[in-house]
Design a protein around this ligand. Sequence first.
Ligand code: NI
Length: 182
Amino acid sequence: MILPIYLYGQPALRKPTEDIEPGELDIKTLLSDMQETLTNAEGCGLAAPQIGLSKRLFIVDGTELGEDYPDCVDFRQAFINPEIIEESEETVSYSEGCLSLPGISENVVRPETITIRYQDPDFNWKEETFTGFKARIVQHEYDHLEGHVFTDRISPIRRQFVKGKLTNIAKGKTTARYRYKH
Ligand code: NI
């Protein structure tokens, strides 16, 4: 089922998220709905707060990134109850966008490499290190679980520049080509 994606201004995007206990949710159905929603929107990541669910869960899917980041094409997985446990001192700047902020893309500086601990859909704990654009997607989605969106991390000058666009999204003056809620 394709779910509506919550847009900037929705309180769900700023709410603290809670851990998911095994058996608490129908995780398989939820993941399948999130995947369908993400594929339909042609995005590369979707976090639970973006569908109005204040839980620690996000999915990534690099299928759409084939041309720009070929190493991400097979990057398709779910992260449950994740925690970033290490970040490199080296940083890198990439242009980011977000399904919750349609029409905005800005350069964001973040650590180049991160290590994350998380549970897979069977609630087995995993620990993995990602670098480059994979690390970028993971950090962007992880931010959603912390109540952040990527424009929180851009320079004050750029934030001033996108302020009008953000206000328009929050006021419901923006449309997107996928199902959404504002
Ligand atoms: Ni996002």
